[in-house]
Design a protein around this ligand. Structure first.
Ligand code: PRP
Ligand code: URA
Length: 206
């Protein structure tokens, strides 16, 4: 199931990151702010449990995130939205999947995998700014599926309809949070209108 975020503060920052002439510092800080919206929506959807907390005045019951959260940025570009998720969930563990899309076949090639231990109460949240064909996200969710976990979630900045359809078809149990859904993929597999190559814009490799 895909959830597309809305809001004026969010759309203002989306305008900033789409602009082809945005300098790298402006691009990065806007990606960070959008990441905070995305992290808020995703983490607020997690189940909670009650705990007793002693305030300076009395003991009260509070709701806290239930279970262990493992954030999984897809290298490289997923690193661009890791910090906002850690800011809102500082107790999370972090695992890494390195994937590079072959620009001719559009198939993802795995070059790195380093995941922390998980357990039956773990929520994995996969992070990637761009959901284009959906191949990278789907492959990552399939790698995580055999590991002990309670739920799989995913978050991206910009999604193509084609990518959302693949995730909903291949991973119907996954809650997918997107800051924007764009029109389509072009013939080269880029999201349009999109923002271009997220990794290149985040890491200055244009
Ligand atoms: C980009 C992006 C996604 C992937 C999306 O990464 O960050 O991981 O492409 O495309 P898909 O939905 O068609 O699989 P890329 O492979 O260019 O690597 P990078 O993050 O190192 O730039
Ligand atoms: N990867 C990107 O970084 N951008 C796209 O538009 C598609 C895949």
């Amino acid at each position: 199931m895909a959830y597309i975020l809305t809001g004026t503060a969010l759309s203002t920052d989306l305008a900033t990151i789409r602009a082809k002439d945005a300098p790298i510092d402006v691009f990065r800080t806007a990606v960070h702010r959008i990441g905070l919206h995305l992290a808020s929506a995703t983490l607020n959807a997690l189940p909670s449990r009650s705990v007793n907390v002693a305030t300076p005045l009395e003991t009260t019951t509070c709701s806290v995130i239930d279970g262990h959260v493992v954030l999984v940025p897809i290298l490289r570009a997923g690193m661009g939205i890791l910090d906002p998720f850690i800011a809102l969930c500082p107790q999370a563990s972090v695992g890494f999947i390195g994937l590079k899309r072959n620009e001719e076949t559009l198939e993802p090639h795995e070059y790195y995998r380093n995941l922390p231990p998980s357990d039956p109460a773990t929520t994995f949240i996969v992070l990637d700014p761009m959901l284009a064909t959906g191949g990278s996200m789907s492959a990552t969710l399939s790698m995580l599926r055999p590991l002990p976990h309670q739920r799989l979630m995913a978050a991206c900045l910009i999604a193509a309809p084609e990518g959302i359809e693949i995730i909903e078809r291949e991973h119907p149990d996954v809650a997918l949070f997107c800051a924007a859904q764009d029109r389509e993929l072009n013939s080269l597999g880029y999201i349009v209108p999109g923002l271009g190559d997220a990794g290149d814009r985040l890491f200055g490799t244009l």
